[in-house]
Ligand binder design. Structure first.
Ligand code: GLN
Length: 488
């Protein structure tokens, strides 16, 4: 029984199944590799590391035998293709880095390797993490494993990681979240996605998009799994000056703790125009679940959240335009020829970047230019401060906020919003947490009438991820979300 369905087990069960010698790391790694090949039409991976995965799995089996197992010993995982992996191609979903083999390892992936995880490969993503549907990748779109009658997008930009976790191609995966790229694809794909507090995890070795907003985070099938994973990737790193020197709690111990007496806020601004009644009903259902578990539900207001999305689409492109200036064909990455240096730069950037990336660079350069800096960029920073202050006052009243994760469920290919601004609306529920540096998690709550997954988001005060785990586990329990049916 365990053998046939072992790929559907949670990370927790895989970890304990390995320690209890119910199956070996080589067996479970092989299973996932076979499934990755079988479901290659989902296009969840850009690079599969078959040989090195099997080699590490063998070593892990040895360590388990010797009693020297690490916290994730032998557990097969996947990494979004923007975490630098020493000796393994890292493309960030772009042609610009199509042949880039990093000479160093990101801190997050190093911590996972140190814990004994087996890396199956690098997952597909929107180019430079810009997108909400995983349709801007140079390596093709990703298909949501929940596609039943129609082919659905998995959300983005960590769409490959979300599809890999939802479709049982790995036990868990890393994502990165600048405006929602862990939580939004998690919601679209019926899994858990957690964005930690800004500074909780090191950004060293993550391809930069908007450095003041980027955070790594886990995509998992359960809340407990997210807690286990988060503990491993968290912590201060002297190689990232924005990583916080804070103790890392045992997040897992908060899964299953009572929430009696906790105060949960429902911010009224998250009930947006055009949001479907179904989502509002699920939101109500989530609040009911928490109330029944002993929490107090309180209506609150975050008056500036309506400005979060427009401000994000100034700040994030501004930082992106600076970060992406390094791709010039000189030191590494793609290089196109030209008659002179200027033409070489122009051709390299024109051919190396896709349309969405170019759009962001143009917006970013514009809002930072001399005449517009005060009117756009500085204003956006001021708005950001107001957004943060809203949260500070609201967290004097409540412990955690409960909101929908997305304004809609996954859309089908061909039915996606055609203009970029409507596409940006996908992040309307998630960007506020990035703007305020707060931790947030998306938990699957149910299926809509079209059988597409929906999620609810929890947001906690800075460095209170344990509250996300505590409340999230109760929500998960009450939601009783149906597992994706998957043959062996
Ligand atoms: N979808 C958002 C964007 O395109 C967020 C991306 C992200 O979080 N990396 O900017």
């Amino acid at each position: 029984m365990v053998g046939v369905f072992m790929h559907t087990l949670s990370l927790y069960d895989i970890k304990h199944g390995l320690l209890g010698k119910k199956f070996s790391s080589v067996e479970i790694t092989r299973r996932f590799l076979d499934r990755i090949a079988k479901h290659s039409h989902w296009n969840a991976f850009i690079t599969v590391c078959e040989e090195s995965a099997l080699r590490t799995a063998q070593l892990s089996d040895q360590k388990i035998k010797n009693g020297t197992a690490g916290a994730l010993e032998g557990v097969p995982i996947a990494l979004k293709d923007l975490f630098m992996t020493k000796g393994i191609r890292t493309t960030a979903g772009s042609k610009m880095l199509q042949n880039f083999i990093p000479p160093y390892e990101s801190t997050v992936s190093q911590k996972l390797l140190d814990a004994g995880a087996v890396v199956l490969g690098k997952t597909n993503m929107d180019e430079f993490a810009m997108g909400s549907a995983n349709i801007t990748s140079r390596y093709g779109p990703v298909v949501n494993p929940w596609s039943l009658d129609k082919k659905l997008v998995p959300g983005g930009s960590s769409g490959g990681s979300a599809a890999a976790v939802a479709g049982y191609l790995c036990a868990a995966a890393t994502g990165s979240d600048t405006g929602g790229s862990v939580r939004q694809p998690a919601a679209f794909s019926g899994i858990v996605g957690l964005k930690p507090t800004y500074g909780r995890c090191s950004r060293y070795g993550m391809t930069a998009f908007a450095s003041s907003l980027d955070q790594a985070g886990p995509l998992t099938r359960t809340v407990r799994d997210a807690a286990i994973f988060l503990r491993i990737i968290s912590g201060h790193d002297e190689k990232d000056s924005t990583s916080a020197a804070r103790p890392v709690p045992d997040f897992e111990s908060f899964a299953g703790k009572s929430i009696k007496g906790m105060k949960i806020g429902l911010p009224k601004e998250y009930r947006m125009d055009g949001m479907s009644e179904e989502i509002v009903d699920f939101w109500r259902k989530g609040a009911e679940i928490l109330k029944e578990a002993g929490a107090e539900i309180i209506d609150v207001s975050l008056p500036h959240s309506k400005y979060a999305l427009p401000a994000y689409y100034i700040i994030a492109p501004a930082e992106a335009s600076a970060n992406l200036a390094r791709y010039d064909g000189v030191r590494y990455g793609f290089r196109a020829e030209g008659k002179n240096l200027r033409e070489m730069y122009e051709n390299t950037r024109a051919e190396g970047f896709g349309d969405e990336v170019k759009r962001r660079i143009l917006i970013g350069t514009y809002v930072l230019s001399a005449g517009y800096y005060d009117a756009y960029y500085l204003r956006a920073l001021k708005v950001q401060k107001l957004i943060r202050q809203d949260f500070v006052s609201v967290f004097k009243e409540v412990d955690v906020l409960l909101t929908p994760s997305t304004p809609n469920s996954a859309f089908a290919f061909g039915e996606e919003p055609k203009d970029p601004v409507s596409m940006y609306l996908n992040d309307v529920c998630t960007v506020t947490a990035n703007m305020a540096g707060l931790p947030g998690v998306s938990i699957p709550i149910g299926l809509d009438k079209q059988s597409r997954p929906l999620g609810l988001q929890l947001i906690a005060p800075h460095f209170m991820e344990e509250s996300l785990i505590q409340v999230g586990a109760i929500l998960e329990d009450g939601a009783n979300f149906p597992m994706l049916k998957e043959e062996s």
